[in-house]
Design a protein around this ligand. Structure first.
Ligand SMILES: NC(=O)c1ccc[n+]([C@@H]2O[C@H](COP(=O)([O-])OP(=O)(O)OC[C@H]3O[C@@H](n4cnc5c(N)ncnc54)[C@H](O)[C@@H]3O)[C@@H](O)[C@H]2O)c1
Length: 402
């Protein structure tokens, strides 16, 4: 399989899961692209392209609608980075209650200051360790913290990350509240369900893990924040889920004690240096998350190329057929419900027998997989007729296994 690798995705890692893999450039008729963050929206995608594998969850760097119309399947790796995001959130919760960042900044600043005194003011260097120890004993009360056990957290969004965070918080002895209007009831095991954002419980922490959608953008607004009483707000989901002006107001009037986020907000950072902590979009930046994401999309791509199976696509329906023993046709359609009848008539015309067939739809996109017994050389002619059909976006023949 000819594939373009972007964003330093390792060819060795890809060939481990895709034995037929050959790395090519965009000009060499790739069948697949594997990527992380490269923006494909302004790139001419080659006509040969069958699928894109995004080693991560979000696909805002991929022209998904265009891909649907061209029959290009876009795979992602949902949940592959959930543990990494969860661990960073837990780290930042502990950081907040134990004052880890300010206290370590203090210690390193203290050492710098004393060494400066040695260099510039002639202080005897042998006295420095004792002076540092004295200052530390004097100042450490400023950084006295609290335990996380016994605290409460409201988690907004109980998907891969939110659920994993909830389990860890429960294990750490916290009370966990959860709000997710779309989550199944089993997601709330051990969690107190919150039915509405208009009636929030009193919580020490609020952590947001819903995707950014028209519904969730700006969901952390004045009305939401006015219900909090000195809470620590964590946002490791997307920057636009919060109304920054409302967060600023809540930091001033005390509804919020601290805002911690993976998405730097210039104004909040500038105006509230003591009450905001920003990590530079580090949630999924771990060796393990990157490896898991690549492994997951490569596995999905392998199944797609070998059997036509589609799983974890953002634009095509999940679709699979039992292992093939005959030639397999994989057909993508866009915006047409009558195509199946036409297809059956075409098979009859050629005298081909479809042994097993599956068709699935998702919105305007449909996908069919069918196994055909002993097709002769006229199959290419039939494929050309299929491909010429207006609403059929892609036809692929997978040959009989040897
Ligand atoms: N900081 C990072 O590097 C990083 C990495 C991965 C993901 N993320 C962000 O985290 C988000 C969550 O990731 P995930 O893997 O858990 O996604 P997910 O799809 O598994 O979970 C999202 C959850 O949000 C819920 N939801 C949808 N609308 C909601 C609403 N109005 N109110 C409350 N909940 C709602 C869904 O039902 C779902 O359970 C992603 O969308 C992404 O924006 C950030």
């Amino acid at each position: 399989m000819r594939a373009v690798l972007l964003d330093n995705i390792s060819p060795d890692r890809v060939s481990m899961g895709l034995p037929s893999f050959r790395q090519v450039s965009m000009e060499e008729y790739p069948e697949a692209i594997f990527l992380r963050s490269t923006d494909l929206k302004n790139i001419d995608l080659p006509k040969s392209l069958l699928a894109i594998g995004r080693a991560g969850a979000g696909v805002d760097n991929i022209p998904v609608d265009f891909c649907s119309q061209r029959g290009i399947v876009v795979f992602n790796a949902p949940g592959a980075n959930a543990n990494s995001v969860k661990e960073l959130v837990l780290g930042m919760m502990l950081n907040a209650v134990r004052n880890i960042s300010p206290s370590t900044n203090f210690s390193s600043g203290l050492v710098r200051e004393h060494l400066k005194n040695v260099a510039c003011r002639g202080v005897d260097p042998r006295l420095v360790p004792g002076l540092i120890k004295k200052d530390i004993e004097k100042m450490k009360k400023e950084f006295k913290g609290e335990e996380i056990a016994g605290k409460s957290v409201l988690i907004i969004g109980l998907g891969a990350i939110g659920s994993s965070l909830a389990k860890s918080c429960i294990a750490l002895g916290m009370s966990v509240y959860g709000f997710d209007p779309y989550a199944l009831s089993e997601k709330f095991a051990g969690i107190t369900k919150v039915g509405s954002l208009d009636n929030l419980p009193k919580c020490d922490f609020v952590s947001i893990h819903a995707a950014s959608t028209d519904e969730t953008k700006g969901m952390v607004n004045d009305k939401f924040l006015d219900q909090l009483d000195g809470a620590i707000l964590l946002n490791f989901s997307r920057g636009d889920l919060i109304d920054a002006k409302a967060v600023a107001k809540a930091l001033v009037d005390g509804h919020l004690r601290l805002y911690i986020s993976d998405f730097v907000n210039m104004e909040l950072s500038r105006d509230f240096p003591q009450k905001t902590i920003f990590t530079p979009h580090l949630g999924a930046s771990t060796k393990e998350a990157e490896e898991r994401s690549v492994k997951m999309v490569v596995g999905q791509m392998y199944a797609f190329m070998e059997t036509g199976r589609i799983q974890n696509s953002v634009n095509f329906p999940n679709c699979e057929l039992l292992p093939r023993t005959h030639c397999r046709l994989v057909i993508s359609r866009f915006d047409n419900s009558e195509e199946m009848a036409w297809l059956s008539a075409l098979l009859m015309e050629y005298g081909y027998n479809a042994l097993q067939t599956v068709s699935k739809s998702r919105g305007r996109v449909s996908n069919s997989i069918m196994d055909i017994k002993n097709p002769d050389e006229r199959i290419q002619d039939m494929i050309e007729r299929l491909a010429a059909r207006n609403q059929i976006t892609r036809v692929r023949l997978i040959q009989t296994p040897a």
